[in-house]
Design a protein around this ligand. Sequence first.
Ligand SMILES: [Zn+2]
Length: 391
Amino acid sequence: MDTVTATRRFFLKQLASLSAMLTLSIPAKNVLAKGKTALTDVRVSESNNDHTRVVFDLSNEIDHSIFTLASPNRIVIDLKGVRKSAALVSDENKTKLLKGIRSAVRKNNDLRIVLDLNSKVRPRSFILQPDKQLGHRLVVDMHATSLSPTPIKTSQQQRRQKKKEFVIAIDPGHGGKDPGAVGRKGTLEKDITLAVAKKLKVMINRTAGYRCVLTRDTDRFVVLRNRVKAARKHQADLFVSLHADAFKSPKVEGASVYALSLNGASSEAARWIAHKENSSDLIGGISLDDKDDLIASVLLDLSQTATIQDSLELGSDVLKHLGKVGKLNKKSVQQAGFAVLKAPDMPSILIETAFISNPKEERRLKSPKHQHKIAKAILAGIKNHMKNQLV
Ligand SMILES: [Zn+2]
């Protein structure tokens, strides 16, 4: 075990006892025996109009994660290895804060629960062990956030809230003074990435409910951090960086997809915390600036872990579709510490569309027809991923 892992485990252990105070729960250790845990009941209660408690009754101990999302406000809870036997949709499950409860099976084995909210809340979750009367329980408490008054909405925000748009940031790699990799025939990576990105933008914007933002739409140089910043400014739900690979040997070929590695994430977390006063929107609207560094680092760590998991799932959906239009260099999603993938709360992938250093692939990358195919495959992968998300 390396020091980082050891330190993280130490923090988690220390914080497990405090989990009721944390916004995100600490996954329970050594959880499930084989076989599925059943969600047997859901109970909702309300006090003082500004506090709602949701209790999930479970047949066994579980591992769960929880995070909040805005526009519209909701809490997402993933229950690992849980099947549903309780009805979640009921008029009794409505309070001043809670609009309703939805659920869907995820990754065949997990249950995702979405608590739709009438306003922004601060959720806290904790696990209760069986006592004389009741069994295993997951408790989610929510209070209306009184810290930030409801801002006056612009008409654009109102439109957005009425019909949630899914915003995809497409990042054409390189640009301007940075040409990226260069093919044997002189093809520049920066031109290919921009051409594919523009095609993708048209396709995405033609899809109902989807909107595309490009981190650059001309041949200009953009530093890596500003690419992520631009995506965050547009409240992007996904970030997809486009590239074309190069290698010494002209024979190497095929596409690959990358997500962030945890090592890359932990060094980045330190940077975020150092600037946490500027990061009030960090984790699904939960501010870190009132937390001390230790708590902030754990919250960030858990958010980033969930984001990486989502990025890996998105990556494998995209990879599957890229495999239909060309060769794959790596059949599974790779992980690395790329700077553009480091937003802690936005699933992000980097796609090496093909090898520009391979003459055959260079030719294909230059062809508008093939660029169109690549763009189509990426969008198909994104759509596939979204179909499996209940958010
Ligand atoms: Zn590149």
